[in-house]
Design a protein around this ligand. Structure first.
Ligand code: 5HM
Length: 339
């Protein structure tokens, strides 16, 4: 088969890739001090890119970070201040302690390239609005200039995102030079499919398929034990969890992203504390209120150091998000029957 295998959700693709690299590695590599098992040249397709979260107990996905990263990209940011709060490990990739480099994909996509006044993202949207069936809607991320940086601590792993409008649907093909299957893949697929859905909303198109290609697909040896446990869980569980992820609101615009991020900053800096009813009354729609609820959950964990996140906030979360935070943080574990 020359087209990639299709999976109902990212979870199936993630597990299949982990199995492949664990059981049939092609190479043992040691690039930049990271011992890893690798398979070269793999891909998969999600017919419904909204199914972008895995529900596994051992691999405790962090939906707070996923939403934070997706919003950070969509807002075209590269500051460490925001993203480092949700993922402290990203601080080590910053050359100056203030900004991120190649991995700040949104900065590349949503700001004008040098010698242009419009962002590549907006250029591609304009193209897709005017040229039927265009093949040119490519958003390059990796740049040749990155190769010239000595000891580059942060070289883009994403080569580019390709948007294709066909028959009223917006498809995306993602090309990655490298993907850490256990640590990078899930957040990458979450954020890139969010960018795809956001683009579809801006164009007034239905969401199409998402196809993900990887040059170096690898699992670092230091994560091999956890990967074995994830695969064991997948093999022995009787009732895999599945929650349909809701559609992004059709009224989402750059102003929506900016408003969500205003609330995010208030919560990150502990300048606001929200009850569920406060969030319900905010100037963002129900879809994006879910992100604000997640940021409030994390505010309580980080700033209140609470042993139990407030029940009203947990109860207002989408059941899938509630399941995830409940498995990730003990403070969220008493959220009713969905655990
Ligand atoms: O040495 P190299 O630059 O390839 O190391 C980057 C590591 O981060 C690789 O394991 C790569 O696969 C992983 N990675 C990822 O999977 C990194 C980023 C950030 O650019 C990403 N996904 N988004």
């Amino acid at each position: 088969m020359l087209t990639p295998t299709t999976f109902r959700s990212v979870e199936g693709a993630y597990l299949a890739l982990l199995r492949l690299v664990t059981k049939e590695p092609e190479h043992q590599i040691t690039a930049r001090g990271n011992d890893a098992r690798e398979v070269i040249g793999v891909g998969f397709r999600l017919p419904d890119p909204r199914q972008r979260l895995p529900y596994l107990v051992v691999r405790r996905a962090n939906p707070v970070f996923h939403f934070a990263e997706a919003l950070w990209y969509l807002a075209g940011r590269r500051d460490l201040e925001m993203i480092g709060y949700y993922a402290p490990s990203m601080r080590s990739s910053s050359a100056d302690g203030i900004t991120l480099g190649g991995s700040a994909y949104g900065y590349t996509l949503f700001n004008p390239a040098s010698a242009d006044t419009v962002s590549p993202f907006d250029r591609v949207l304009e193209l897709l609005r005017t040229e039927t069936d265009s093949k040119r809607g490519y958003l390059p991320v990796f740049s040749a200039a990155e190769l010239a940086v000595t000891d580059n601590p942060d070289m883009a792993c994403l080569a580019g995102l390709h948007l294709l409008a066909r028959d009223g649907r917006l498809h995306m093909v993602c090309n990655m030079r490298a993907n850490d299957l256990d640590c990078g893949l899930l957040s990458d697929v979450f954020s890139f499919t969010m960018i795809q859905e956001y683009a579809a909303v801006q164009l007034g198109l239905e969401l199409g398929t998402y196809t993900h290609f990887i040059g170096s697909a690898h699992v670092n040896d230091r994560n091999a034990e956890r990967v074995k446990k994830v695969l064991y869980e997948a093999d022995v569980r009787h009732n895999p969890q599945h929650f349909e992820f809701p559609a992004m609101s059709a009224e989402t615009t750059p102003a929506t992203i900016a408003r969500v991020l205003e609330h995010e900053e208030l919560l990150r800096t502990n300048k606001a504390q929200y009850r569920a009813e406060d969030v319900a009354g905010l100037d963002v729609d129900a879809y994006w209120q879910q992100a604000v609820l997640l940021f409030e959950v994390f505010r309580q964990i980080e700033h209140d150091e609470t042993e139990a996140v407030s029940q009203d906030v947990l109860a207002a979360l989408h059941p899938g998000l509630r399941w995830l935070v409940g498995h990730r943080w003990p403070a969220c574990a008493s959220a009713g029957g969905e655990q």
